[in-house]
Design a protein around this ligand. Structure first.
Ligand code: ADP
Ligand code: MG
Length: 672
């Protein structure tokens, strides 16, 4: 039998899907979970020019999501139209797709949400004296009436996915869904410091921020001052691009409207925001938030740019916290790529990539943040601020369904003071690589005791005055390293040094590793790595796999200060090696490099390979732990470290120096 005939007999003729079905398919893309509803509605409110947005949810958004805004509202006719597919006020023709300045433009969100929930819209435009109330369930209009309403728009979404059980099944636990919503609202609030945002979950207020003048103040409002201390502020950096001749169109469908010959010849890109010191290391990318022209997006290109900024400052498997805002001409970015508008395509991707990478790296080098010595527990002011972080989301996801207590408001302090209770987790310094020695240092770790009251510290003054000017601001740069006075070593591995701003502990091995790494990289870039000739060539036996890897990296190896050449079957001869490397270790280091080439670097860029080779050389050549150093040597090490570009961490991402500030010392002794 003919296979197609059989097919027809069983399933009937191909036909166009009814609207109802088509709507649900689209909804499947746009409305994935409660947070996607919040995102669409929040974006609509922002597009409507709202200055105050209130988000109320119940049961992680499954039972209820309500968004109240004071934006422009909708005229009655528009309110009805808004629920038609592809009905939007933000786009007229295909040309407008080239420069989308609003967050929405597809006209799909409202009909999609309405088709999978029970939705109530209440809205009034300033031009009309009465408002409109529309009720829709599962895409069916139940009611449309005139109503006495205040200005702005209220959209209430109940029972999400009540008519799509398959989708409901895929929802995670309520706390997880709530965490996603809180993360979203928190981060939109960071993008708009001039607006008021309120997020409540049932009776619990999770976030409430009022207008402030700067993003820094907003970060402070949301996360509190100690988190702010963990972050480096970018300020605003910009880079101008001279437009090359008309380039590849961002989207085929609109190709014919791309770059006109009379377009301005340059484009300006601006970057602002915050990112964490290298010591704040996260296990995944969930703490990276990127806004492009005010839109929260996920973008592989920018994620890669961020990771490369931390290359050799953080282990490859770790990620920072980042809150980045990129501004550019609307024409430089195509947002019409993905139904949920979370992906973008840059017209000049590599320019954007390099701009972001270079800017972060420059700021890291300028600020040279010093890791604080005590693993501090950071106090977060806003309950919602705890939610964006992966650990917390994970914690919630892992927790039993009874977990909601985790997001209850902090219990008021016993004395009724406004002091928030210590949250369970935070943006915290490095879970990072394990220390080489067991150096958990109980005697040095400070547990911040009960905060001494003003009265108490007054009394303690009897033990001797401490001049207030001797207490430096908490922000300490590693440039201070050059002024340190080494006092000695612990375990002949860690240098203890005193400075004007407190006590420092420096890991001598990684410090020297960083110094040598930068030195070798610089020599490598200049094409003259210091070498030493071996008295006798070293002959190395290779496995067939190593032989292949060797062939691939031989040129780079030789440019990095080695002189190697094939020497018969599966053997190479090493005639020279970078200075400082001990001849006895040469075979180890070469095998190590070949191993890197095998495991990590297949397909990695030449730049990565180069950095990894230099890092291996530096690691092998550096002073070891368990090695006694005299004072002159320690002084030299500190000065040389201070002179490096990135004294924060070694090329493998371990921290180098820990700072124990005078302030912490004073706190520990209850003097402040
Ligand atoms: P889009 O945002 O892509 O235009 P939506 O389906 O999200 O599509 O919204 C459809 C239209 O409804 C919008 O273009 C806008 O005119 C109107 N609208 C939606 N939400 C609001 C709101 N909160 N305030 C004012 N107008 C709104
Ligand atoms: Mg929209």
């Amino acid at each position: 039998m003919h296979p197609t005939r059989c097919y027809h007999n069983r399933l009937g003729r191909i036909r166009i899907l009814p609207d109802q079905v088509a709507n649900k398919i689209a909804a499947g893309e746009v409305v994935e979970r409660p947070a996607s509803v919040v995102k669409e509605l929040l974006e609509n409110s922002l597009d409507a020019g709202a200055t105050t947005v209130r988000v109320e949810v119940e049961s992680g958004g499954r039972r209820l999501i309500r968004i109240v805004d004071d934006g422009c509202g909708m005229l009655r006719d528009d309110a009805l139209l808004a629920f038609e597919r592809h009905a939007t006020s933000k786009l007229r023709d295909v040309k407008d797709l080239l420069s989308i300045a609003t967050l929405g433009f597809r006209g799909e969100a409202l009909p999609s949400i309405a088709s999978v929930s029970r939705l109530l819209l209440e809205t009034r435009a300033a031009e009309e004296t009465t408002g409109t109330r529309i009720e829709i369930a599962g895409g069916k209009m139940l009611r449309c009436e005139e109503a006495a309403l205040g200005g702005g728009t209220v959209i209430t979404v109940r029972d999400l996915f009540y008519n799509v059980p398959a989708r409901r099944k895929f929802l995670r636990t309520e706390p997880t869904e709530l965490a996603h919503i809180a993360s979203l609202v928190t981060h939109y609030s960071l993008a708009h410091p001039e607006k008021t945002f309120l997020l409540t979950s049932g009776p619990t207020e999770l976030l409430h921020v009022t207008p402030v003048g700067t993003m820094k103040e907003r970060v402070y409002q949301v996360f509190g001052s100690q988190v702010l201390d963990e972050l480096v502020e970018i300020g605003t950096r910009q880079r101008e691009m001279f437009l090359p001749p008309p380039s590849v169109p961002a989207s085929e469908a609109i190709a014919e409207y791309r770059r006109e010959p009379d377009d301005p010849p340059t484009r300006l890109f601006r970057l602002s925001g915050f990112f964490s010191r290298p010591q704040v290391q996260k296990g995944n990318r969930n703490s990276i938030y990127i806004f492009v022209n005010g839109r929260l997006i996920r973008d592989r290109l920018l994620l890669h740019a961020i990771s490369s900024a931390y290359h050799n400052l953080m282990p490859a498997s770790s990620y920072p916290f980042a809150l980045l805002f990129l501004q550019c001409d609307a024409e430089e970015v195509d947002v019409n790529v993905h139904p949920s508008k979370t992906e973008v395509r840059f017209r000049h991707g590599s320019f954007v990539h390099d701009f972001v990478r270079d800017t972060l790296r420059e700021r890291l080098m300028e600020s040279r943040p010093a890791p604080a010595f005590s693993p501090r527990t950071v106090e977060l002011e806003q309950p919602a601020a705890r939610l964006p972080y992966s650990e917390f989301s994970q914690m919630l996801a892992d927790a039993a369904p009874s977990a909601p207590s985790l997001v209850e408001p902090p219990a008021p302090a016993p004395n009724g003071a406004a002091e928030p209770e210590l949250p369970a987790f935070t943006l915290r310094p490095a879970a990072g690589p394990a220390p080489r020695l067991d150096f958990s240092a109980p005697p040095l770790e400070i547990t911040p005791g009960p905060p001494p009251s003003g009265k108490l510290s007054r009394r303690l003054d009897a033990h001797g005055e401490f001049p207030p000017e001797a207490i430096p601001a908490p922000e300490v740069s590693l440039s201070a390293l050059s002024d340190l006075r080494p006092l000695g070593q612990i375990h002949e591995s860690f240098i203890i040094a005193a400075g004007r701003d407190g006590l420092w502990i420096i890991d001598q091995h990684v410090a020297h590793e960083r110094i040598l790494f930068e030195q070798v990289m610089k020599q490598r870039a200049a094409g003259r790595v210091e070498m030493q000739r071996l008295l006798m060539p070293l002959i190395l036996q290779l496995t067939p796999e190593q032989q292949i890897d060797y062939a691939r990296i031989a040129d780079e190896l030789n440019a990095s200060g080695f002189e190697t050449e094939p020497f018969g079957n599966r053997t190479i001869a090493v005639k020279a090696a970078p200075a400082n490397l001990s001849a006895a270790e040469l075979d180890k280091i070469l095998y190590e490099i070949l191993e890197i080439a095998e495991s990590e670097l297949r397909g990695a860029s030449l730049d990565d390979l180069r950095r990894n080779i230099c890092a291996s050389i530096a690691c092998r050549a550096a002073i070891k732990i368990n090695m006694r150093l005299d004072t002159a040597k320690m002084e030299w090490l500190l000065r040389a470290l201070a002179a490096t570009d990135c004294p924060m961490s070694c090329p493998h991402g371990r921290p180098i120096a820990m700072h124990y500030s005078t302030r912490d010392i004073l706190k520990g002794f209850h003097r402040i």
